[in-house]
Ligand binder design. Structure first.
Ligand code: NAD
Length: 350
């Protein structure tokens, strides 16, 4: 069982070091091999997704990623930017399904900007399509037309792309509270009318799952008004990008939230939902729990080891109950710790 480890940029290497310690402590005989992605890869090879990384990622059973990007690379040509590495690996590994849970741990109820009664007990799963939509559509670009600059992108989905992400979402809802809300903008965008049609066509195959539809603007509003109405939400790449960040902030800290991106065979790329946090990189203060919880998702979805996943998740809950907090989730009366101390606490709890 081989894991490709991609620490990436910014806080990536710091949080990844803690996740690796946790994986090694489980003593499950994984082979871990490290490679470069993002800005670190651009610096070393000129390519955000170099050939050596591609080879390792393809042959590994799972990929664990820190985060990529940072201001240092923001002025590079678009094809050399770190984000291209991320989009490239997702596309290369055919990772079309992004699963992002937003769970509010009771100890962190005060970290949310929403009233505790609105968010306490929150447990939703956002399923985002990851390889299609306007993020990949051609033609795209910025051109000079009629004497001024003209920017354009193309939104599209095939019905088979919609169907395969729909199936992942229906299956996920089946394992939870059996409610699926599909999010679109069918009143304006034809692509998303097709999205709604295909989701509706799939529904009879899952009679135990209640399917509802919601327009994306309303969904954004409902997520802050009454988020507990949702169980599983499914949506396209761009809407999912925005809604999953919104959902993660309901919980108070993006530093707590893992994610999984899966292919058709449950091979996956696992990464925290947050970015490379250049503002705190190198300071040893980043929260490693999202990365550690991403490793737990890896144990569950790719390695089918529910017991090990629960063991890691239970250790995280325990350190929160013990009062350990990194700066992003700190509140008076708790113990402020750095990245490594948080890793130590999780290892002790394991
Ligand atoms: P970000 O998630 O990196 O940071 C947003 C805020 O949250 C910052 O204040 C940061 O300090 C804080 N934060 C994030 N993770 C944290 C953690 N683990 N512990 C404590 N605090 C944490 O988002 P951004 O600032 O918009 O983006 C920074 C860079 O990351 C950009 O280059 C962006 O392109 C990249 N990015 C990468 C990914 C990815 O690799 N998947 C995702 C989003 C953004």
């Amino acid at each position: 069982m081989k894991i490709c480890v991609l620490p990436g940029d910014g806080i990536g290497p710091e949080i990844m070091a803690e996740a690796v310690r946790v994986i090694e402590a489980l003593d499950l005989k994984f082979e871990l091999e490290e490679a470069l992605l993002g800005g670190a890869a651009v610096d070393a090879t000129g390519d955000p997704y170099p050939e050596a990384t591609r080879k390792l990622a393809r042959e590994a059973d799972a990929v664990l990623l820190g985060a990529v990007g940072g201001p240092k690379w923001d002025s590079l040509p678009r094809e050399q930017r770190p984000e291209r590495g991320l989009l490239g690996i997702r596309k290369d590994l055919c990772l079309f399904a992004n699963l992002r849970p937003a769970i509010l741990y009771p100890e962190l109820a005060n970290a949310s900007t929403l009233k505790p009664e609105v968010v306490s007990g929150l447990d939703i799963l956002i399923v985002r399509e990851l390889t299609g939509d306007i993020y990949f559509g051609q033609p795209r670009g910025i051109e000079n037309r009629n004497g001024e600059r003209y920017g354009f992108n193309t939104m599209h989905y095939t019905e088979s792309e919609i169907r395969r992400i729909g199936r992942v979402a229906f299956e996920a809802a089946r394992k939870r509270n059996k409610r699926l809300c599909s999010v679109d903008k069918m009143n304006v965008l034809e692509t998303t009318q097709l999205w709604r049609d295909v989701m509706t066509e799939l529904s009879p195959e899952y009679p135990d799952v209640e399917l509802t539809h919601m327009l994306v603007d309303n969904a954004a509003m409902q997520l802050v008004r009454a988020p507990k109405q949702f169980d599983v939400m499914v949506t396209g790449n761009m809407f999912g990008d925005i809604l999953s960040d919104e959902a993660s902030m309901l919980t108070g800290s993006i530093g707590m939230l893992p994610s999984a991106s899966l292919d058709a065979n449950n091979k996956g790329l696992y990464e925290p939902s947050h970015g490379s946090a250049p503002d705190i990189a190198g300071k040893g203060v980043a929260n490693p729990l999202a990365t550690i919880l991403s490793a737990a998702m890896m144990l569950r979805y790719t390695f089918n080891n529910e017991a090990a996943a629960v063991r890691v998740e239970t250790a995280v809950k325990k350190v929160l109950a013990q009062g350990y907090r990194t700066g992003d989730i700190y509140e008076p009366g708790t113990m402020k710790v750095g990245t490594k101390q948080m890793g130590d606490a999780v290892l002790a709890a394991l």
